[in-house]
Every structure is written in structure tokens, then in C-alpha cells.
Design a protein around this ligand. Structure first.
Ligand code: FES
Ligand code: FE2
Length: 363
């Protein structure tokens, strides 16, 4: 029992938060009657959608001889959707319970329904599919936090792009929230021309649900693109929430644009970054969609390249430096993670440790 009491809950050995929701797929990529294998927090997960359209997620290991269930097919079993293992045909419902073992003969002492695989609660909304990864893999408890909520959104995104970063989730998160790299890494002329020069930025940060926000402000003068697209009176709000969601809302009286970045840890040094973009009442953006998408991809590639370069150093050294105020957000991310683990370990309510503060830097 003493050991149990010391065990930290709410985080895996690899440093990924549990009892948390992770983005796993764009709805449009999950066709009815199909399923696929995906690594999530170093575990194989089958993400699928039944013929009737319900998304589901099961551990992608058949308990019989461990082959991936995702390699099988979906079949109907007494009116219920099931996935049939390709090896010996055991069938599992979307609730993880085994419904059929074809080899059984009358009088065999086995009850298929006593066997089950782990299920992951699934939430699908606005064209996005999330799964809940509970701390305890043996149980299937009610999620302790509701699925992520990014405010009012259109039914589906305008576009979704994703890229695999060769980085631990923590390094990927920190890389994306780092304001100091922008003038060096994202200095394409239409976004941040070198002639823009450095300006002093002063931004008000405030605590929000399991994270923080840069309160509504006018976007920085050196982002030409926003001005061109929206005209006057534009405000920006940027939010971060653990385990790894960052979203930016740009809006004025008529139009709004929301860019959401979701991070999903797959393996120790493999993190999927998915960028999901919504907008409404912005006809100019509809016209620009064909160039908007490659532009967003360019941003991600630029960040991915820095991650690869960073790996060159990480082979030889672990220690990094953190400089105020530019790296305060990176520190907050760590502080939030520790607070999460503390709360989960004590089975207590999560308390946001972040205090409102103004940060200043040059970028
Ligand atoms: S391995 Fe799945 S049924 Fe045998
Ligand atoms: Fe970046």
C-alpha cells in the first residue's frame, strides 16, 4: 500500500498526461465501416466508425493471440456492430465485449462475453474525434473532465493539416508556444518580413480552464496578413489548455477565424501536430483557401525542421535554458502538468496555479 500511495497518478512514465482527452482524427478521415490502428501514448488503439456512423476506439490487440483487431473487418452480430479478428474470428462490440467465438461447440465452458478489450470514451464534434485516455487501463470510468470545448464553432473545419514531429510531446508543445522563434523561423514576406524589425510586445495573460489565455488584443502590427484579410477592428485571443491544445481566435464584428492546434503523443519521440482551421463569414478566406492550406503547412514544416535540428543537440545534452519573459509560457506548461499530477494523485480537484501577469519581450 505504501508503494501505491507514492505512485504518481495522472501521468505516464513517459511524461504524458492521463485522464485527459486527445485528438485522434478528423471526422472526414474516418469513413463508415472502417477502422485503423493508431499509436496513442505508446499504446495501439483501433479508431473506427460503424456502418451507422458511430465512432469508437478499442485497444488494438486481440486478447486471444494479440493480433491487431484493426486488421479485421466489421460485421454485424445479432444486430450489433462488431469487429471480427482476422486470425480466429472472435468478434468484439464497440463496448469492447466479445460477442462471438466461432470455434465453440455446444457444451464448451466458455462465455465470450466474459472477455473484453479496453475501450476509450469517444467524443466527436465539429468534425473532430477525441478519445479519453484514463489513468487505469483496466477500468473504463467516466471521464473526470468533459471533452475539450473551443467555444462556438461551425459544423466542420475548412481544412485540416497534420504533421508528425520527431519530438516528445513536451518539446513539441514548448516549440509551438515560443514567441521568440517567429522572426527567425517564420519570416516569409507575407507574414513577417525581415523589414518588420523587432518590436516590443506586451501582453496580458490570464488563467483559463486548465491553461491560460492571452486576453483579447489587437494583433501585432507586423502581421500583414491579418490586416489584409479582415480589415479593421480585428481582435485576437490565444488560449492554451493541457494536455496540448492551443487555439487562436481572430475576429471582428462580422467574421471569425479559429485556428486550433492539437498535439497527440504517439511514441516517446513522435508527436502528431494537427492544425484545424474554421472560419465563418469570411468570403475572402474562402477564395484564398487554395493558398491558405499550403501556407499553414509551410508554418508546420518550418517548426518541424527546428525540431529535427534540436534533436541533433539532444543526442548529447538534456539541459536547456529558459529565459524570462519569452519562456514563461513554457514554464507554465510544466507547472500545469505538475498541478495535474498533484491533483490526480490526491484525487482532488485541479487547481490552476497560473496567476494573471503581463509579459514583455521583443520579437
Ligand atoms: S487472435 Fe484474435 S481471435 Fe485469435
Ligand atoms: Fe512556429
Amino acid at each position: 500500500m505504501a508503494l501505491d500511495a507514492e505512485r504518481k497518478l495522472g501521468q505516464t512514465e513517459e511524461g504524458w498526461l492521463t485522464d485527459s482527452w486527445y485528438f485522434v482524427a478528423a471526422s472526414k478521415d474516418l469513413k463508415a465501416g472502417t477502422q485503423r490502428r493508431m499509436m496513442v501514448l505508446n499504446q495501439p488503439v483501433m479508431i473506427g466508425r460503424t456502418e451507422k456512423g458511430q465512432a469508437f476506439a478499442l485497444r488494438d490487440i486481440c486478447p486471444h493471440r494479440l493480433v491487431p483487431l484493426s486488421a479485421g473487418r466489421q460485421v454485424d452480430t445479432e444486430g450489433q456492430p462488431t469487429v471480427e479478428c482476422p486470425y480466429h474470428g472472435w468478434r468484439f462490440g464497440t463496448d469492447g465485449v466479445c460477442r462471438h467465438m466461432p470455434s465453440l461447440v455446444e457444451g464448451d465452458p466458455y462465455d465470450p462475453t466474459r472477455i473484453s478489450v479496453r475501450t476509450y470514451p469517444v467524443h466527436e464534434a465539429h468534425g473532430m474525434v477525441f478519445i479519453y485516455v484514463a489513468e487505469d487501463p483496466r477500468r473504463n470510468p467516466e471521464p473526470i473532465v468533459p471533452p475539450p470545448d473551443f467555444g462556438a464553432l461551425p459544423d466542420k473545419p475548412k481544412f485540416v493539416i497534420s504533421e508528425v514531429f520527431n519530438a516528445h510531446m513536451d518539446d513539441a508543445v514548448v516549440g509551438l508556444m515560443d514567441p521568440a522563434h517567429v522572426p527567425f523561423v517564420h519570416n516569409q514576406w507575407w507574414w513577417r518580413p525581415p523589414s518588420a524589425g523587432f518590436k516590443i510586445k506586451e501582453k496580458r495573460f490570464e488563467p483559463r480552464t486548465r491553461g491560460w489565455a492571452i486576453a483579447k488584443h489587437q494583433p501585432s502590427g507586423n502581421s500583414l496578413a491579418y490586416k489584409a484579410l479582415f480589415g479593421g477592428n480585428v481582435t485576437t485571443e490565444i488560449l492554451f489548455q493541457i494536455p496540448g491544445y492551443r487555439w487562436e481566435i481572430v475576429e471582428n464584428d462580422q467574421a471569425s477565424l479559429l485556428t486550433l492546434t492539437c498535439l497527440t503523443p504517439q511514441e516517446e519521440k513522435k508527436t502528431v501536430i494537427t492544425q484545424i482551421t474554421f472560419w465563418s463569414n469570411a468570403p475572402l478566406l474562402n477564395v484564398l483557401l487554395p493558398i491558405f492550406k499550403p501556407a499553414a503547412r509551410m508554418f508546420l514544416n518550418q517548426d518541424g525542421r527546428m525540431v529535427d535540428l534540436q534533436n541533433e543537440g539532444m543526442k548529447y545534452q538534456k539541459a536547456m535554458m529558459w529565459i524570462d519573459d519569452i519562456d514563461v509560457q513554457a514554464k507554465w506548461y510544466q507547472v500545469l502538468k505538475r498541478a495535474w499530477v498533484k491533483a490526480r494523485s490526491a484525487n482532488a480537484e485541479f487547481e490552476n496555479p497560473i496567476e494573471a501577469r503581463t509579459l514583455r519581450w521583443r520579437s
